[in-house]
Design a binder for this molecule. Structure first.
Ligand code: ADP
Ligand code: AMP
Length: 248
């Protein structure tokens, strides 16, 4: 199963074009019709008009309760990213009174299972489009809790191929027992239907069986930035800062 995944083409951002400074200072300008006629329709000029800027994406992964949401809100404050949590988007969709997917989403979440990719991707894409339409400069996204399995990864490649640059995977590495304790503590006030021992056992199992192999796959490609998430919130953030100061 994983070997099939290895064959997938993952889109990652590459090094930028080296251009002289005066050129970089010019506002992006679309080529005139006489130039355009001579080029293939897909020709990439190395810069884009604002309306065509691609999302710059960091995937954030780790076990349930590893602290993804906690750290993402700090990254947002310091680096101007938009945080999109797949779990939050699914929960929002579930709570809409006339959502056609509400019941189905609830069933998957309670069972700690992974919701079908079409639903998750369409929610993520809708949010990215909405935010970039409002302000094209807001193109940096932390996508938290995605891709959680092979199906997610294939769905992303199918839908977003060439439409977004995945910079790296921020991996919050945390012992399962610590994750469970944190979620149980969170469950005292979160009101989440899956912050209980029964759901957590299934969520950890789902994480180990389906999500960890995706992280390992990116690791082989040198795309994982791993942080020890068992430390305190401040200590974890210190390590996160080092990563984003360098490449975020
Ligand atoms: P995730 O988004 O990975 O499910 P959260 O960020 O919601 O995890 O964190 C789960 C719970 O653990 C929350 O109640 C949060 O306050 C707490 N928490 C997060 N990071 C830490 C940490 N480093 N040390 C102790 N508790 C933490
Ligand atoms: P989280 O808020 O990240 O802990 O996710 C809670 C639940 O939402 C998971 O146990 C899944 O049921 C569902 N979920 C979150 N992210 C995804 C995803 N990428 N694909 C499918 N289901 C997801």
């Amino acid at each position: 199963m994983l070997s099939c995944c290895l064959r997938l083409r993952l889109r990652v951002s590459g090094p930028g074009l080296a251009l002289p400074l005066p050129f970089l200072l010019q506002p992006p300008r679309a080529p005139g019709p006489s130039v355009r006629r001579l080029l293939p329709p897909t020709f990439d000029f190395g810069f884009r008009p604002r309306s065509l800027m691609k999302p710059f994406v960091v995937f954030v992964l780790g076990g349930p309760g590893a602290g993804k949401g906690t750290q993402c809100s700090r990254i947002v404050q310091k680096y101007g990213y938009t945080h999109l949590s797949a779990g939050d988007l699914l929960r929002d969709e579930r709570s809409k009174p006339n959502s056609q997917y509400g019941e189905l989403i609830e069933k998957y979440i309670r069972e700690g299972q992974i919701v079908p990719v079409e639903i998750t991707i369409s929610l993520l894409k809708r949010e990215m489009d909405r935010i970039m339409e409002a302000s094209a400069q807001k193109n940096k996204f932390l996508i938290d809790g995605f891709p959680r399995n092979e199906d997610n990864l294939q769905g992303w490649n199918k839908t977003m191929d060439g439409k977004a640059d995945v910079a790296f995977i921020l991996f919050f590495d945390c012992d399962n027992e610590i994750c469970i304790e944190r979620c149980l503590e969170r469950g005292k006030s979160s009101g989440r239907s899956d912050d209980n021992r029964e759901s957590l056992a299934k969520r950890i199992q789902t994480y180990l069986q389906y999500t960890k192999p995706i992280i390992d796959l990116y690791e082989e490609m040198g795309k994982v930035r791993k942080v020890d998430a068992s430390k305190s919130v401040d200590q974890v953030f210190e390590d996160v800062l080092k990563i984003f100061d360098k490449e975020g």
